[in-house]
Design a protein around this ligand. Sequence first.
Ligand code: PEP
Length: 252
Amino acid sequence: MANRQPIVAGNWKMNGSQAESAALLTGLKKGLGTVNKAKIVVCPPFILVPLAAKELAGTTAAWGGQNLDTHKSGAFTGEVSGPMLKDFGCSYVIIGHSERRTLFGETDAMVAEKFKAAQDAGLIPILCVGETLSEREANQTEAVVARQLDAVVNTLGIAALANSVVAYEPVWAIGTGKTASPQQAQDVHRFIRGRLAAKDAKVADGMRILYGGSMKAANAKELIGQPDIDGGLIGGASLVADEFLAICRAAD
Ligand code: PEP
C-alpha cells in the first residue's frame, strides 16, 4: 500500500474579517512546528487569499481557493479564475463542495469542468462528493458517490485523478455536529478507492481521500485512523487555530 501523506484542509467558508483572519493565521503559524507529517492547507474566502499568501509564505502550510470559474479571464462579473488563484500562490482549490452543488446549482458536469480548469491552472483539485440524509436512508450512498466520481473520471479520464484529492463529505454531517462513525466513513472511503482501482490501481493507491463533516479534535484520530481515510476537510473547526492544529496532529 502506498505511504500516503495525510492532508488536513481548512475550509473557512464565508467567514472572517481581516483582523480575525490575521489572528487565526498567526495562531496557525505558531503551531505549525507541532505538526510533523500532515500537509496543512488553508482555504479562505477569495478576498482573504492575499492575506493567507502573505502570512503563510515560506511556511510548511499551503493555501487554496474554495471555488473557481472555468474561464481563465474575461467578462464574468463576480468570478475568480484558476490562473488568478495561482497568481496568489494557491496550490489547491476545493471543487464541488455540497454547498456549491445545492446552493449555487453546480451540476456534476460543471464540477468536472471546474476540476479540469483547476488542473489547467496548475492547482490541485479537492473534489468533494457525498450523499444527503435522504439518499443515505434510501441506500443510495454508493450510487450517489459513484455518480459524482464518475462524472469527473469518465469526462477527463482516470489519469486526470492522479494529481488530485477526493473529499468524502456526507451532506448530513456538514456543519451539523453529526459525524459519520469511523466505520460508516471507512466503508465509503473503501468504496471510493475500489471504484478508482477498477480503472487504475496505482491512482487509487496514491489517492488521498479526506473525510469531511463535523470533524474536530475529539473525533479526528479515530476517523483518520481508518485505513482508507487520509486526512480531513474541516469547516467549523478550522476557524479555531488550536482545534485545527490538534486535528492536524491527529493526522500525523
Ligand atoms: C465542510 O464544509 O467542508 C465541512 C466539513 O464543514 P464542517 O467541518 O463544519 O462540518
